[in-house]
Design a protein around this ligand. Structure first.
Ligand code: PEP
Length: 248
C-alpha cells in the first residue's frame, strides 16, 4: 500500500515572515490527513522549517543537493548538511535545474544515489517538453531520464526513491496533463522500474507535478499509478496545499 505523498516545491519564494504564516497554516491543517505532507524549501530557511514543523508529522526537504561531500564547491550544499537540518526529502533533476543549470541525466542519477547513501529520499523529476510530446517522444524521454538512476541505484535502493513525473509544458503554465495522459506515463514509469525490481516498483511512489490545484487534484490522484503530487504554485497557499492533500 503506497501512502500518497503531497510535496510542496516552494522554489525561490518566501521570507521569514511569509514562511511563518504558511507553516503555521500547514501545521494546523495537517492532523488526520491520509496523505503524507512535505515541503521542499530554499536552503536558507531549513532551520526555520525544522523548528516550525518538528513534531507535526509534516516532513521537509530541499530542492537540490551537491554530489560532493565537502570542499571547494562554492554555493553547493551537501547531503550531510541537509541531514543536519532534519531533511527527509530532496528534489533532484527538476526541469528548472536541468534547463537553467544544464543538469544531465547522469548528474541527476548521481545526486539521487548520494542522497540515498546519506539517508535522504530523492524525489527524482522526469518529464518531456511540449515539443517532445508533440513529436511522440514522451515515453522515450522519460525512460532515458530514468535509466541512469536505475543503473546507479540498483534494485536494493530503488524502493527508496520517489519519482515525480512533471511534463515541462505543464509546470507553472496552468496547463495540466489530463488524468489519462498522466496515468499512461506513470504506468510506463512503473513498468520501467519493474524491469529492475518488481517489488520495489510496486512500492515506489510516483507523483504527478504540473499545475496541480485543488480543482484538478482529485481526478489526477484517483488514477491507480498517481501516488501524490509535487506542487509548485499551489504549495505557497496553505489552504490550496491542504485542499490537494485532502483530495489524496
Ligand atoms: C513544480 O515546479 O514542481 C511544479 C509542479 O510547479 P507548478 O505546480 O506551479 O506547476
Amino acid at each position: 500500500m503506497r501512502i500518497p505523498l503531497i510535496a510542496g516545491n516552494w522554489k525561490m519564494n518566501g521570507s521569514l515572515a511569509s514562511n511563518a504564516a504558511l507553516l503555521d497554516g500547514i501545521r494546523a491543517g495537517a492532523a488526520g490527513l491520509a496523505a503524507e505532507l512535505a515541503v521542499c524549501v530554499p536552503a536558507p530557511y531549513l532551520a526555520q522549517v525544522q523548528s516550525a514543523l518538528a513534531g507535526s508529522g509534516v516532513n521537509w526537504g530541499a530542492q537540490d543537493v551537491s554530489v560532493h561531500d565537502s570542499g571547494a564547491y562554492t554555493g553547493e550544499v551537501s547531503v550531510a548538511m541537509l541531514a543536519d537540518f532534519g531533511c527527509r526529502y530532496v528534489i533532484v533533476g527538476h526541469s528548472e535545474r536541468r534547463s537553467f543549470h544544464g543538469e544531465t541525466d547522469e548528474l541527476v542519477a548521481h545526486k539521487a544515489v548520494r542522497a540515498i547513501a546519506g539517508g535522504l529520499v530523492p524525489i527524482v523529476c522526469v518529464g518531456e517538453t511540449l515539443q517532445q510530446r508533440e513529436q511522440g517522444e514522451t515515453g522515450a524521454v522519460v525512460m532515458r531520464q530514468l535509466k541512469p538512476v536505475l543503473d546507479a541505484a540498483g534494485a536494493a535502493d530503488l524502493a527508496k526513491i520517489v519519482v515525480a513525473y512533471e511534463p515541462v509544458w505543464a509546470i507553472g503554465s496552468g496547463k495540466t496533463a489530463t488524468p489519462e495522459m498522466a496515468q499512461q506515463v506513470h504506468e510506463l514509469i512503473r513498468a520501467t522500474l519493474a524491469q529492475s525490481d518488481a517489488a520495489a516498483a510496486a512500492a515506489v511512489r510516483i507523483l504527478y507535478g504540473g499545475s496541480m490545484k485543488p480543482d484538478n487534484a482529485g481526478e489526477l490522484l484517483a488514477k491507480p499509478d498517481i501516488d501524490g503530487g509535487l506542487i509548485g504554485g499551489a504549495s505557497l497557499k496553505a489552504g490550496d496545499f491542504l485542499a490537494i492533500a485532502n483530495a489524496a
